[in-house]
Design a protein around this ligand. Structure first.
Ligand code: FES
Ligand code: FES
Length: 164
């Protein structure tokens, strides 16, 4: 079987990266194996669990359902970049304060997906939060604490308070 190798240029967390990748390499494997950005996790590898969630050109996607070559010329943001920028500092603090994580495997995906919802502004209902996060699986928390944390941040942001 022949291997197709491609040269790609991607802006990852604000930094331009040039790499050679196998045409069949998924985005999440590229991030983890080639760039050591291991905050994006690999769970089901077929688009179900949300552990591999990243943002591509501002849109939340499954890193296991996208190929690295598809990101050529694009902008990828991982949990590392979004955390370092301070964009989700309040969400991170709320997750810790409310025990919304245990093993943490789902947490990067949960945070990015929650941030996607909260960027719409306002205070979503608990049902809306639950629905929005329904594509992200957590085997530990029972979800209630995650909903609590996201709701608390929505309320705080609506009051103009980014700190929890
Ligand atoms: S590893 Fe991508 S959705 Fe589960
Ligand atoms: S905290 Fe363990 S899977 Fe969610």
């Amino acid at each position: 079987m022949s291997t197709q190798i491609h040269d790609i240029t991607v802006t990852i967390n604000g930094e331009e990266v040039r790499e050679r990748v196998d045409a069949r390499k998924t985005l999440v494997d590229f991030l983890r194996e080639d760039l050591s950005l291991t905050g994006s996790h690999v769970g089901c590898e077929h688009g179900v669990c949300g552990a591999c969630t990243v943002r591509v050109d501002g849109v939340v996607v499954r890193g296991c359902l996208m190929l690295a070559v598809q990101c050529d010329g694009g902008r990828v943001e991982t949990i590392e970049g979004v955390a370092d920028s301070g964009e989700i500092a309040d969400l991170q603090e709320a997750f810790v304060a409310r025990n919304a994580l245990q093993c943490g495997y789902c947490t990067p995906g949960m945070l990015l997906t929650a941030q996607e919802l909260l960027e719409n502004g306002g205070v979503p209902s608990r049902d809306s939060i639950r629905t929005h996060l329904s594509g992200n699986y957590c085997r530990c928390t029972g979800y209630q604490a995650i909903i609590d944390a996201v709701e608390a941040v929505a309320q705080a942001r609506a009051q103009g308070n980014r700190a929890m």
